[in-house]
Design a protein around this ligand. Sequence first.
Ligand SMILES: C[S@@+](CC[C@H](N)C(=O)[O-])C[C@H]1O[C@@H](n2cnc3c(N)ncnc32)[C@H](O)[C@@H]1O
Length: 270
Amino acid sequence: MAFHNDLALDEALDALDPLRHLMHEQDSSSSHSSTSSRSPSPSPSHHAKTTALPLLPKQRRTVHNETLHLEFAHTSTGAEAEQRPPIAITLVVDAGPGCGGIAWPAGEVLARYLVQRGAAYVRGRTILELGSGTGLVGLVAAKLAHSDASAGDGHVWITDQAPLLDIMRRNTRENALEEQVSVAEFNWGTPLPVDIPVPDLVLAADCVYFEPAFPLLVQTLAALVDAREDRGSRGETEVLFCYKKRRKADKKFFSLLRKSFTWTEVRCAE
Ligand SMILES: C[S@@+](CC[C@H](N)C(=O)[O-])C[C@H]1O[C@@H](n2cnc3c(N)ncnc32)[C@H](O)[C@@H]1O
């Protein structure tokens, strides 16, 4: 069969294995290794060397119930910075409940970005994370918001599909954030659960990888912004969306998104 372009080839391969780009990366965490300290690394692609046995398919290491210690440094320099300890998160990772059970690079980048923006950016806000997986980004947001005395009354909701709820709850407990963080099931394309308030800030990291979910995610993002009007809340909803570019077909997500949203690219400080 001949393919006219890379996109057509991508689509044909995706039809055979929809998650191939997500699970077959060479080393998805290496490009952001300066983001945090981590031990051991839960990279989704620790392939065993197969050069000596070229006929065997590449083998992936399974992450099972490991604990990472991640740190996200504040960017300010000088004496003030020395007095401010980094935001430290203990993160249990386990691929058992699904791909979201490990820490993905865009999640670490978004967490790092939030810490660079500083506590004032998240303090007092209602924050909702979509596709939280382990809960990393939302947990960092909550810890950052409460990293100084003037914490305010904001709250963070970390959400995902049912199989991820246990690991999110566990990570919330590990970081003693039960009062600041709520864990909830929220499937894209379904209405915002009534007990989740309209968020001021929506976070989503590494949620562009599975084509059938693209319209559902766009629908949910649009509904979250509209919910503000529907529920009579004031102000605006801001969405921070961080993703790792994996393949040409990802463009389809942004074509769909363009129908409902405009966006600005954010540059992270080095
Ligand atoms: C690649 S993981 C990223 C996890 C986490 N945000 C991170 O950066 O480490 C994508 C997450 O999206 C969630 N997800 C996928 N489809 C979903 C859907 N239809 N509704 C809700 N969550 C979904 C998965 O369960 C998974 O946790």
